[in-house]
Write a protein that binds this ligand. Structure first.
Ligand code: SF4
Ligand code: F3S
Length: 104
């Protein structure tokens, strides 16, 4: 399965939702997550993310995010259409310490 990680926070470009064939993205206040039981592991979303926030669960970066994706995919609403990214998305791209801003 694929996992949305820290750099999605406050970037939230949403290009990912447009390409997912099974619509398994869920949306929170400032980031998205993937439902691990619905993701078919196609990998199509990974190169679409301008923030490079999506990784396979085998990636080191996924470790601390796998459980959060599972948990919040069950609490947040499904999202299938790209909305407007935050106006300052670019400024947040790559900023360290964004995990502290995770906002469920
Ligand atoms: Fe959707 Fe494929 Fe990405 Fe999984 S890997 S979230 S199925 S686009
Ligand atoms: Fe987040 Fe990238 Fe999707 S920033 S909303 S995972 S396109």
């Amino acid at each position: 399965t694929y996992v949305v990680t820290e750099n999605c926070i406050r970037c939230k470009y949403m290009d990912c939702v447009e390409v997912c064939p099974v619509d398994c993205f869920y949306v929170g206040e400032n980031m998205l997550v993937i439902h691990p039981d619905e993701c078919i592991d196609c990998g199509v979303c990974e190169p679409e993310c301008p923030a490079e926030a999506i990784v396979p669960d085998s990636d080191d970066k996924a470790a601390e995010w796998s459980e959060l994706n599972r948990q919040y995919a069950q609490e947040w609403p499904n999202i299938t259409r790209k909305g407007e990214a935050p106006a300052d998305a670019k400024e947040w791209d790559g900023k360290p310490g964004k995990k502290a801003l995770f906002d469920p």
